[in-house]
Design a protein around this ligand. Structure first.
Ligand code: ARG
Length: 461
């Protein structure tokens, strides 16, 4: 028995009907469907469509249904076409005709959009909490790293020395944008669709502003035709996740490289690594590789969803049902990846002796050039002078620390006795001046800012 069987002479062909069943996955919307229906019953009552007795029976029965579903999620099952049909069947089983009055003036088109909006509002908060937790792990690593240094890279070639803390806070910065992007997705979903009917609006005197308020929405959709097919908020959510996954993937890639034997700046904890079935020496970063791999899947959910939307004529089309598996899968992928990344990052140890050693050497060339600039040489000229020094040092397998004073002067008579001191990793980071730089004071301030941000996110809950 479907919600629409009255119109048809024959029972549906299972080959066609089963294909359209969404209950297997939209049961995740159970709680939101019931919440929306309780509010709808009150709105119908306020519009004098439902009697007080019917309203009371409906609200009470829906409350029982909600409780039963929460107590035993496996109960949310059956031959129903979708979660909306399931809830209505349960309601009618309990209270008969009063239950049959609930769908007055309402369509599943607006209902399913409402449910998904309510769902996202709940779930985005959980995703944001997981993002904050990972930012916290980066901040902890930054704090523990103290004065430890490592090379930074461009083109994956050694560029300039940075504090290890600066590296961890760089990833925290991207994660903070992910948090904000999730907030934007929640903001976009924050519109009430009820009152739109199937497409043209409802003919009952529903106070949509009051209903929006009751359900915690800050506004009502402006156009019923648009509302019946609008899933932009789904695309925005999937984009927030796709880019969030891209950031996790890049962090994973950095950590895979920096924990490998060739770099060895950080060590993976045994607890967050895996072994090889054949090679006894292996300690593999599987969780990080899987995060990187699953990023392709999250991007696929976004592009797949955009492709589904692009050809749709106005108004509701059944294609839109595909939104839910995209949302649920992307969400599950993201939360699992955030959790796994947190497990790895929080147990990482910094091998500061090794990372520090890699942070000195020829990557101090810019600092040597800056030394000359400070004494009046035009930068382009200084670049040439130091370039020639680098060429020579490379040929001789040496670095700046081995130059004698005579050799410094030979390169340029502007080099004074203090030149060797300028060519150290510590002098290099201390020479940075801007707030976003790796200057140790700037990094301390950035860490404090990160901690404040973490606190502010829990206060805003
Ligand atoms: N399962 C459907 C979906 O997810 C619910 C809406 C059904 N509306 C309809 N007109 N068939 O989109």
């Amino acid at each position: 028995m479907t919600l629409w069987s009255g119109r048809f002479e024959t029972a549906p062909d299972p080959a066609a009907f089963d294909f359209g069943i969404s209950f297997g996955f939209d049961r995740a919307l159970f709680e939101d469907d019931v919440t929306g229906s309780i509010a709808w019953a009150h709105a119908l009552a306020a519009a004098d469509v439902l009697s007080a007795a019917d309203t009371e029976a409906i609200v009470k029965a829906l409350g029982d249904i909600l409780e039963q579903g929460r107590r035993d999620p496996s109960w949310i099952a059956g031959p129903d076409e979708d979660v909306h049909s399931f809830v209505e069947r349960q309601l009618v089983d309990r209270i008969g005709d009063a239950g049959r009055r609930l769908h007055t003036g309402r369509s599943r088109n607006e209902q399913v959009s409402l449910d998904l909006r309510l769902y996202l509002r709940r779930r985005i908060r959980l995703l944001q909490q997981a993002v904050v937790k990972l930012v916290g792990a980066c901040a902890d690593q930054a704090e523990q790293a103290g004065a430890a240094m490592m090379p930074s890279y461009t083109h994956l070639r050694r560029a300039q020395p940075v504090l290890v803390a600066h590296f961890f806070l760089s990833h925290a910065s991207a994660l903070r944008r992910d948090y904000a992007r999730l907030a934007m997705a929640a903001e976009e979903a924050d519109s009430l669709t009820l009152g739109s009917g199937a497409i043209a609006g409802t003919s009952y005197g529903i106070d949509t502003n009051l209903l929006a308020h009751a359900l915690g929405f800050s506004r009502v959709v402006p156009n019923s035709m648009d509302a019946s097919s609008d899933r932009d908020f789904v695309a925005t959510f999937l984009y927030a996740i796709a880019l969030g996954m891209v950031h996790l993937s890049r962090m994973a890639e950095d950590l895979i490289i920096f924990t490998g034997e060739e770099y060895g700046f950080f060590d993976l904890a045994d607890a967050s690594a895996t072994g090889s079935s054949m090679m006894p020496q292996k300690k593999n970063p599987d969780p990080l590789e899987l995060v990187r791999g699953k990023t392709g899947r999250a991007i696929g959910r976004l592009t797949g969803w955009l492709a589904t939307m692009k050809g749709l004529p106005g108004g509701y089309n059944k294609d839109l049902q595909e939104d839910k598996e995209a949302v649920f899968d992307a969400e599950a992928t993201y939360i699992a990846s955030l959790t796994a990344t947190h497990a790895v990052v929080s147990r990482l140890s910094v091998n500061s002796e090794r990372s520090g050693r890699a942070a000195s050497g020829l990557l101090l060339a810019t600092d040597v050039a800056d030394y000359l600039v400070a004494r009046g040489m035009p930068f382009r000229r200084a670049h040439e002078v130091v370039g020639a020094m680098v060429r020579r040092l490379l040929a001789e397998g040496r670095d700046f620390s081995t130059l004698t004073m005579a050799e410094w002067r030979e390169a340029s008579d502007m080099f004074g006795d203090d030149a060797p001191k300028a060519a150290t990793a510590l002098a290099s980071v201390q020479a940075r001046r801007t707030p976003q730089s790796t200057n140790p004071d700037a990094v301390s301030a950035a860490l404090a800012d990160c901690r404040r941000w973490i606190r502010s996110t829990s206060e805003s809950k």
